[in-house]
Design a binder for this molecule. Structure first.
Ligand code: ADP
Length: 718
């Protein structure tokens, strides 16, 4: 592959270009022609491989696919066809896309990567690990999720401490500011607040950070490579430790290219051979400079690799969960190049600032063109994407099928057998990749064990999703089933949730793990993750507010924000060519008599109905109905609470009983109209609540409209 990579990319790619290799052959010597023929043989076979590029804006991706690997480029939306072999998209991938893929197909994202790529999710996941392993996870600056952790954050101010505040889902430095006073922060706004690393390592008096490219090419088990080349991005104003006079100087404190490139000081790279000058340099040139200054770069690199692996450990169970839907023992249908942004402080300690799941592949300088072209090409080689491998996989599947036909039964593998196959596949990958890794370095698996971090994050994940509850329940129900008098199969299973935190987590997990688009025509490009450089929606809304342990967050603020944001979100969504869905779910909420929801008025609802016209057909009707129903219920509650000034506890009891009645009725109704049971139910909010059984004492049902920036969703129940 080496000589092929030398094909020069100058930043442009003409999509309509058709190769015609035969034309030039007349003028070439026999030797050259034989050489070319050999090469062409390989290329021609690859021509039968289809690379779907319908959802990428980057010329460098198409260039590498077509000019280096000779893939046939396909422009039909990848969700609409299934004959591609390899798909490169600039957006997040849904679990359903993966579920439909065949084992020879590969895609450049893992479903569930939002858990690293969204600042608030990353913060939440790493904070949890930090709690358990404070010293081992100290590479992430102390972080607070606002507004839910506002009170704790407030306590941190004083003694000239500086904090950096970042919108939860933004990129390119947008909306970021530094502060030393709590008064400058709106306590209701959503931000990720972080201790500001005030003594960064400087080069030429300038702050800089590193964009490191990390390839995750397996999640079960983790398989991680670090690219040996990357970018160093410099600020354009000489650095001075933060003081009240310079907090606003973004070109001093922020190293984003998007911010600094407009500064007249910015020196652009103009030659790929001069990677060590200007405000965007190669990572290797910065390491060389540090080595020349006798800095311990090897230690720095070891620390960086360690932090990368630990970061993945914190979300491995989430990725694995999303991956279980494919029977892919080779663990290689998804891969993803992530941009890790690393800041080094003056004592050469690296800090993780953020992880980008769609690092920019913009190639506006020769430096970018060179690095990114090679990065993508090395990735394709490492992922073993070629016709030979495809055919082998297909043949293997055929053999398995034939065996089944001959023996007349489906060979069900035991866990041990599966483990063994996985190990064999891993060994094969080790052999292949060690010979074909280009400029990548395998950093995990490695000699050091990360098991304790992986185990802890699994424990956290199970607590969060309620998997541990379900497991315990299963055990219990097995015990119950062993007692013959307790056979009551017609009764729906009850999930007993005693602690409010467990209850909350369970609800949250049902939402997080059960949202899928329903039909293939209605899939879209991924939901909540915003691509670098892409415009973000105004007031990006999470599906669920942050919550931790026993802190039960009141929903009022959240709901108010949701409703008020519908309009903006609709407009944004329409602009993006996507559809906004509104889903009415039911949540339990602690009865606290906060019934004064005067902000949700009929008038308010009317004003949000008109943008819903952007939703098509029958979906529109359902969306409007959901919003209306929500408002009506809310208004009814308001009326009830103000008119009946009854004893508080009596009122609660009454409501609780009414709710229970409603549950039973809706259960009957639902069962009548859905003879197959609960599988595939959608927009049946009461069904959702039913599975959670009756509200525990002290809780009542509360409706929460979920705004989902993707197509229709359904719930899947076991
Ligand atoms: P964005 O996704 O908008 O680029 P980042 O988290 O990468 O957000 O922050 C933007 C820039 O702000 C970084 O490139 C870095 O220069 C600076 N920065 C971010 N967090 C910190 C921090 N905790 N301490 C010091 N500088 C920071």
């Amino acid at each position: 592959m080496k000589q092929e990579k030398e094909i020069i990319f100058n930043g442009e790619f003409d999509d309509s270009e058709e190769e015609d290799d035969d034309q030039s052959q007349d003028q070439e010597s026999d030797e050259e022609q034989t050489k070319k023929k050999k090469k062409k043989l390989l290329q021609n076979t690859n021509k039968n491989l289809i690379m779907n590029v319908s959802d990428t804006q980057y010329p460098v991706v198409k260039f590498v696919g077509k000019m280096i690997y000779k893939f046939k480029l396909q422009y039909v939306p990848y969700q609409e066809v299934n004959n591609w072999d390899f798909c490169w998209t600039d957006n997040a991938v849904l679990p359903e896309t993966l579920a439909k893929m065949q084992s020879h197909q590969k895609i450049n994202h893992f479903p569930g990567m939002y858990s690293l790529a969204r600042k608030n999710h990353l913060g939440k996941n790493l904070n949890k690990m930090q709690k358990q392993f404070p010293d081992e996870y100290d590479f992430y600056p102390r972080t607070w999720m606002l507004p839910s952790e506002y009170n704790d954050f407030k306590q941190q101010f004083g003694k000239a401490k500086t904090f950096i505040l970042k919108p939860e889902a933004s990129c390119q430095g947008k909306g970021i500011f530094l502060t030393r006073s709590i008064e400058s922060i709106n306590p209701t706004e959503h931000y990720v607040a972080q201790r500001y690393i005030h003594k960064p390592l400087l080069i030429d008096g300038l702050k800089f950070d590193l964009r490191m490219y990390v390839l995750i090419c397996g999640c079960d088990p983790l398989r991680i490579y670090l690219y040996k080349e990357g970018l160093a991005r410099f600020a354009t104003q000489a650095y001075i430790v933060p003081n009240t006079n310079n907090l606003d100087d973004v070109c001093m404190h922020l190293t984003n290219y998007a911010i600094n490139k407009d500064n007249p000081n910015f020196i652009f790279n103009s030659d790929e051979k001069k990677m060590d000058v200007g405000h965007k340099r190669s990572m290797s040139s910065v390491f060389q400079l540090l080595r020349d200054q006798n800095q311990n770069v090897d230690q720095l690199l070891d620390d960086i690799k360690d932090l990368i692996i630990k970061t993945f450990c914190s979300v491995q169970p989430i990725l694995q969960q999303n991956y279980t839907q494919v029977d892919n023992y080779a663990n290689n249908m998804c891969f993803e190049i992530l941009g890790f942004d690393i800041l080094i402080d003056s004592s050469l300690k690296p800090y993780l600032l953020e992880v980008n799941h769609t690092p920019s592949f913009t190639t506006d300088t020769p430096l970018d063109q060179y690095i990114k072209k090679n990065l993508i090409a090395d990735t394709i080689t490492l992922m073993n994407i070629n016709l030979k491998t495809k055919n082998e996989i297909i043949q293997q599947k055929k053999d398995e099928m034939q065996k089944r036909v001959l023996t007349g039964k489906k060979t069900k593998l035991s866990t041990e057998e599966k483990k063994l196959i996985k190990l064999q596949c891993q060994k094969q990958r080790d052999d292949y990749e060690s010979q074909n890794k280009g400029n990548y370095e395998l950093i995990y698996p490695c000699s050091k064990s990360y098991d304790e971090y992986l185990q802890h994050s699994l424990k956290l994940y199970e607590e969060w999703t309620g998997a541990n509850i379900r497991r315990n329940q299963k055990k219990e129900s097995i015990q119950i089933n062993q007692e013959p008098q307790n056979k009551s199969q017609s009764q729906p299973k009850k999930i007993i949730l005693e602690k409010k935190s467990t209850l909350y987590k369970h609800v949250q997990s049902r939402i997080n793990t059960n949202l899928f688009p329903t039909n293939k025509n209605e899939q879209n490009k991924g939901n909540e993750i915003i691509q670098e450089g892409e415009e973000q929606p105004p007031n990006q809304i999470d599906t669920i507010p942050e919550v931790d342990n026993d802190n039960f967050v009141p929903y009022e603020d959240y709901q108010q924000q949701s409703l008020e944001s519908i309009k903006d979100l609709c407009a944004f969504t329409e602009k993006q060519g996507r559809e906004l869905q509104i889903l009415d779910l039911i949540q339990y909420r602690k009865v606290d008599n906060r019934l004064n929801n005067s902000h949700i008025q009929q008038q308010n609802v009317q004003s949000i109905l008109s943008p819903l016209s952007s939703i098509k057909g029958v979906l529109q009707g359902i969306a409007i109905k959901n919003v209306k129903q929500f408002a009506i219920r809310k208004n009814n509650k308001n009326v009830k609470s103000s008119s009946k000034q009854i004893n508080e506890s009596e009122h609660e009891k009454l409501q609780e009983n009414q709710q229970k009645q409603q549950i039973i009725q809706s259960q009957q109704l639902y069962q009548q109209s859905n003879p197959q049971g609960m599988n595939g139910a959608y927009i049946k909010p009461k069904v959702f609540s039913l599975k959670l059984s009756h509200p525990p004492k002290g809780y009542k049902l509360q409706s929460l409209p979920l705004l989902i920036q993707q197509n229709y969703t359904k719930f899947r129940y076991e």
